[in-house]
Write a protein that binds this ligand. Structure first.
Ligand code: WAQ
Ligand code: MG
Ligand code: MG
Ligand code: MG
Length: 248
């Protein structure tokens, strides 16, 4: 008998629902047992409210039982940080890291175009690390990674935002198809972003955008030989717990 776990997903938009053209405000994806469901739902509703991107008037919560036998437990990526003086310098550092991870210049330039665009995706774009071609066919929706959470939030990272991002990046890096990830927030008041991979770890870079800017997103760079359907299935459906373990 496996313990029962549930995926809880939230998406919030302003104006109208996303699929009707509303503006994406916030999303969140968590994992917990039956006893944790109410707390998780409350935390996700709070996340959707008082958001710096606007006032949500459409909020959807979805709760689904996940197959317990598929649960995987993995340690978080190692965290490091680079502080720079300007956004341009931040971009240069991020590009250096991505190149070191094996991402081509073309693919890097395409990713920066996607993330700088004023119309954000509400999920991630999947980009071929050699050709730079976008491989998912999800348009503005992109691919939302879900079914990941911390076993115990402990002292692994100081803020909810960093914990969420580190859990997501750790799950994404776990796939053998992932070469690297690039991310910065679409929230206008948050300028730190990151580059991550199994080899690089989670490299925080600040700033990666200017204060007040609402452009942001995520790009997952993948190997040329990716099986895109199984990759997306892993990102959306594989339940993964990040184990805090011993941290200071
Ligand atoms: N799956 C795929 N893409 C996502 C997901 C997800 N579960 N959640 C967010 N995104 C994409 C989507 O395009 C968002 O617009 C974009 O990422 C930014 O999401 O170490 O806060 O939640 O200081 O605004 C990174 C640095 C913060 C944290 C990232 O992202 C740190 C952040 P946000
Ligand atoms: Mg969000
Ligand atoms: Mg988030
Ligand atoms: Mg955001």
């Amino acid at each position: 008998m496996y313990p029962e776990y549930f995926s809880v997903r939230m998406r919030a938009a302003e104006g109208k629902a996303h699929e009707l053209g509303g503006k994406h405000i916030s999303g969140g994806e968590r994992l917990g047992n039956r006893l944790q469901l109410e707390v998780i739902a409350t935390e996700l509703l709070a996340k959707a409210s008082n958001h710096s991107r606007g006032s949500a008037d459409f909020i959807q919560l979805v709760v689904e039982k996940v197959p317990g036998e598929e649960l995987q437990f993995i340690p978080p990526l190692d965290v490091s940080a680079i502080e720079v003086a300007t956004v341009q310098e931040g971009h240069d550092k991020a590009k250096d890291q991505l190149a070191a991870a094996g991402v081509s210049e073309r693919a890097i330039e395409h990713a920066f175009l996607i993330l700088n665009h004023e119309r954000n995706l509400r999920g991630a774009a999947i980009v071929n690390c050699e050709t730079g071609e976008r491989l998912d066919e999800r348009g503005q929706k992109g691919v939302r990674v879900s079914r990941m959470d911390w076993t115990d939030c402990g002292h692994v990272a100081d803020s909810v935002r960093v914990r969420e991002a580190l859990a997501l990046a750790t799950k994404v890096a776990q796939s053998p198809y992932t070469v690297a990830e690039l991310c910065w927030s679409d929230d206008p008041d948050y300028v730190t972003g990151y580059v991550s991979s199994q080899q690089l770890g989670y490299v925080r870079i600040s700033p990666l955008k200017r204060m007040g800017c609402e452009s942001g997103g995520r790009v997952f760079f993948v190997h040329n030989d990716v099986d895109i359907d199984s990759y997306i299935d892993f990102l959306e459906r594989k339940p993964v717990f990040i184990q805090g373990g011993e941290s200071e």
